[in-house]
Ligand binder design. Structure first.
Ligand SMILES: Cc1ncc(COP(=O)(O)O)c(C=O)c1O
Length: 296
């Protein structure tokens, strides 16, 4: 596998972290996944903003400036002989000198950047994927908030494995009130009677950066859209459904439980896909730093 690592500034092919790293011991870390498009990182500023929000949830210090992290990402990308990259930016609270849940006061956070090769041509899947509604609930907002992107993804991983045991490819998770939140590593969108719908952040989900850009496209093109609380039964009248995330961008859904989506990828899904690529191409040709604040 084509992979490069940058651990605290040292670029290599296989960084190793200590067994006393708190990310390893407790999942005491935060991370972001970014992709390149036309060889340039896309939405990095938005991802760094969310990284800092995740840090705040964990009372964690991120001592580097955005400019420093961006420069390290770019320096690592420059070493890659391939065209398009998956970029993972991980900050762990640091490496302990002894095992203790209590963070030691002298801890220095670790900054790890991992990049790996991805397909040079993003393509919208023509087959789509099959989702189940998991019996496993999304983390409660009053526990480890789903709005924080942390190194502790076990709950989502278990939902994913359980979906696969049932012959599906991914799982939708409900909150404690039985409302639909999101899939294990992506946000959910459906189209009903021509209206694009996605669950609001306060049901307890990760506010996806791709979700933010898709929302902007919907607004620009005056496509009817709303953030709305969805119950499982609302999904049974969807004309289209898709997931959004930074690397896959958009993934059409062909089935949720027993319900077969009539269109995949549907017309609105295809339109949004095309516009998302236009938006990404524009961003990759612009040298202005992207400082749009997250409206959704
Ligand atoms: C739980 C969860 N929801 C949504 C997303 C999509 O977020 P983004 O579009 O920023 O990649 C992710 C991405 O990894 C995720 O892990």
């Amino acid at each position: 596998m084509s992979l490069l690592t940058n651990l605290n500034g040292v670029i290599d092919t296989t960084a190793t972290v200590s067994v006393l790293d708190r990310g390893f011991l407790y999942g005491d870390s935060i991370y972001e996944v970014v992709r390149t498009f036309q060889s340039r990182h896309f939405g990095l500023q938005e991802h760094l903003d969310r990284l800092r929000q995740s840090a705040a949830y964990l009372y964690m210090d991120v001592p580097w400036s955005d400019q420093h992290i961006q420069a390290e990402v770019e320096r690592t990308l420059q070493q890659a002989p391939w065209q398009e990259s998956y970029i993972r930016i991980v900050v762990s609270r640091g490496t302990e000198t002894k095992i203790s849940l209590q963070p030691s006061p002298a801890l220095q956070p670790n900054l790890l950047i991992v990049i790996s090769e991805i397909s040079p041509e993003p393509k919208l899947s023509e087959t789509g994927i099959h989702l189940i509604i998991s019996g496993r609930r999304r983390n409660d907002r009053q526990a480890l908030s789903p709005a924080a992107k942390t190194g502790n993804y076990l709950n989502n991983l278990l939902a994913l494995l359980e979906a696969q045991q049932q012959g599906a490819q991914d799982a939708l998770m409900l909150n404690a009130q039985g409302e639909v939140t999101e899939a294990t590593t992506s946000n959910l969108w459906i189209v009903r009677e021509g209206v694009v719908q996605t669950p609001p952040a306060d049901v307890g989900l990760l506010k996806g950066i791709t979700r933010h850009f898709l929302w902007r496209i919907l607004q620009t093109h005056h496509i009817p859209c709303e953030e709305v609380i969805l119950k499982p039964e609302d999904l049974w009248s969807a004309e289209e459904a898709f997931l959004s995330s930074s690397v896959r961008l958009m993934m059409p859904v062909n089935q949720i439980n027993e319900y077969q989506l009539p269109q995949y990828p549907g017309k609105i899904t295809q339109f949004l896909w095309a516009e998302l690529l236009v938006l990404m191409a524009k961003a990759s040709h612009s040298f202005e730093p992207n400082i749009a604040s997250l409206s959704i």
